[in-house]
Design a protein around this ligand. Structure first.
Ligand code: BTN
Length: 320
């Protein structure tokens, strides 16, 4: 945790004042340095009162995904222990990819308040307005053959699914990597990878989860198809908490991937998605496939039985 987070650690919300002397002696800083940090925190949106002879008191914190805010809810060993926070970026996936190329370690997480060029599947864009949702990307370095890496994308949707269940919602999963609530998309995940001949160098797992987004704030093309946590429950969520919970679930499923293997993850996804035996229509590069779902292959492909002929769909859009 950096100095700002450490100082906030002394200022728990409430009416109690903490003296500048106390903070400076505990952190080995001068009182002037403490005062400068407090000033910086105020500029970042924290309401901090000062009372002569008493010290500082925190009145309110901004709804931001600052690393120390997320860390308050983090119960992980590795995932999210190194957070790269941006108010604005092109795409958290793109930034995480650049960091991974530069050697960033496993578990490094890029979090942004907004994305100027958020990436969706199949070259689409991901609507990413400021301060409303979660846009995050985690760097993983699983020791896997590239042909077995696909189920890592199931890991992220399973983690989101679990997080939503923990928050009291009833989500469903849609192939390949959507999470829905009441039939509307609340989350999309995007896996990007870098490979060598026989080895995955790293994977970037990107998650876009609609948290406090209002219907009026949505773009016209997604308004009827998308939802958010807030729209489903009328609650305004503390995004840092949702983020901490999600990172915890990502770590749990990543541990499962490492202990039980990628096939197990594909089977878990298949079961949670209740996909087997469902009639589906899938569009892949303009071509429509219809049939009964047999499940997903070990490579993540959707297996669709079209009158006795099993089609493997690699990338497409499912309409029920
Ligand atoms: C989809 O098309 O459903 C996938 C959307 C994935 C969006 C997330 S937001 C965080 C991360 N950064 C990106 O640019 N995309 C992913």
């Amino acid at each position: 945790m950096n100095r700002l987070g450490e100082i906030l650690g002394f200022l728990t919300e409430g009416d109690e004042y903490v003296s500048g002397d106390y903070i400076s002696s505990r952190l080995g800083l001068t009182r002037t340095a403490v005062w400068k940090y407090v000033k910086q925190l105020r500029q970042m949106g924290y309401a901090i009162n000062t009372l002569k002879g008493m010290g500082y008191s925190l009145k309110s914190a901004p709804d931001r995904l600052y690393p120390w805010e997320v860390e308050r809810y983090l119960r992980t060993r590795c995932i999210g222990r190194n957070i790269e926070y941006k108010e604005s970026t092109d795409s958290t996936n793109a930034l995480a990819f650049r960091l991974a190329l530069g050697g960033a370690g496993e578990g490094t997480c890029v979090i942004a308040e907004e994305q100027k060029a958020g990436k969706g599947r199949l070259q689409r864009t991901w609507f990413s307005p400021f301060g409303k949702n979660l846009y995050l990307s985690v760097i993983l370095r699983p020791r896997l053959h590239p042909s077995l890496v696909y189920p890592v994308s199931f890991l992220s949707s399973l983690a989101v699914h679990n997080t939503l269940v923990e928050l009291g919602l009833e989500p469903s999963l849609k192939w390949p990597n959507d999470v829905l609530v009441n039939g509307k998309k609340i989350c999309g995940t995007l896996l990007e990878l870098s490979t060598e001949a026989d080895l995955v160098r790293f994977v970037v797992v990107g998650v876009g989860l609609n948290v406090n987004l209002e219907r009026a704030e949505m773009q016209d093309d997604i308004r009827s198809k998308a939802t958010s946590l807030h729209l489903e429950t009328k609650i305004v969520y503390e995004r840092a908490r949702v983020c901490g919970m999600l990172l915890g679930n990502i770590e749990s499923y990543y541990d499962l991937l490492k202990s039980k293997g990628p096939v197990m993850l594909a089977r878990m996804w298949e079961e949670k998605a209740k996909i087997k035996g469902k009639y589906l229509e899938v569009t892949q590069q303009g071509e429509v496939f219809r049939g009964i779902a047999h499940g997903v292959g070990e490579d993540g492909a959707l297996l669709l039985d079209d009158r006795g002929k099993v089609q493997r769909i690699i990338a497409g859009d499912v309409s029920f």
